[in-house]
Design a protein around this ligand. Sequence first.
Ligand code: SF4
Length: 295
Amino acid sequence: MYQFSTAQELLAICEKEKAGIDEITIRSEMEASGQSREYIWSRMEEHYQVMQESIKNGLASDIKSLGGLIGGNAYKLQQYMQKGCLSGQTVIKAASYALAVTEVNASMGKIIAAPTGGASGTLPGVIAAFVEDRDMAEEMAVKALLVGAAIGKIIASQATLSGAEGGCQAECGSAAAMAAAAVVYLAGGTAEMSVDAAAMALKGLLGLVCDPVAGLVEVPCSKRNAIGAAHAMLCADMALAGITSFIPFDEVVEAMSRVGRMMSPDLRETARGGCAATPTARSYVLKINNLQTEQ
Ligand code: SF4
């Protein structure tokens, strides 16, 4: 009764039940899992607490990733933000939080895969920055997570959330779509606006390849999460301004799936193409291989 696997179905249920995406997501989860509302809510609350913890830990100046390619960028952006910034406080805060979570992920810390480890920064970054800047209750953040989850669920059922299968469009693109829908909800937009924002966010990152340098989820992954956060905020603003997506969300998801299938395996997490095939990336790989041989 509350199950949906497309945005069209989700919006029809929202309309019929006169309820928001957050409410339909929790009802659908209760129906599918047989768990109580309280149990599902408390799990989402726990997820948000872990997200907040990873933001806090990732803002440390001395954090270093396992591969040594990233660390301290979230801290730098926070410092920079104090002196003013070009893109606006909440956008930069969201980007710095996104960097923080991915730096924790790359240093083997605890994060919530939302939707994956590589793309774990965008959704919490956007939600936490917005909730903090608007002085909203934590309850709103949990509801926004449910909105983001609905978008992730649709993409997972119609396409993929995996970079190895669909390229980075499936990971960072999906994360940006989830974040865009979530922040539209927080800003008081309608369910249709959330879905339009998600469509614009995914469209904007269509074709993005998965090309982790040395196979490590560090470069370009971390900064793509920050870019995804800013991208999500812009798409949310466009939807809130009444701009709609010419291509409906479900068709964008289908297109993403098709593009993913057309992508060369070199561009799907094998570290053989894109940024991973650049001279800088190759010389880094050579350096770590030499170090390992010496040990
Ligand atoms: S480049 Fe690949 S590994 Fe990195 S975030 Fe994107 S999909 Fe994940």
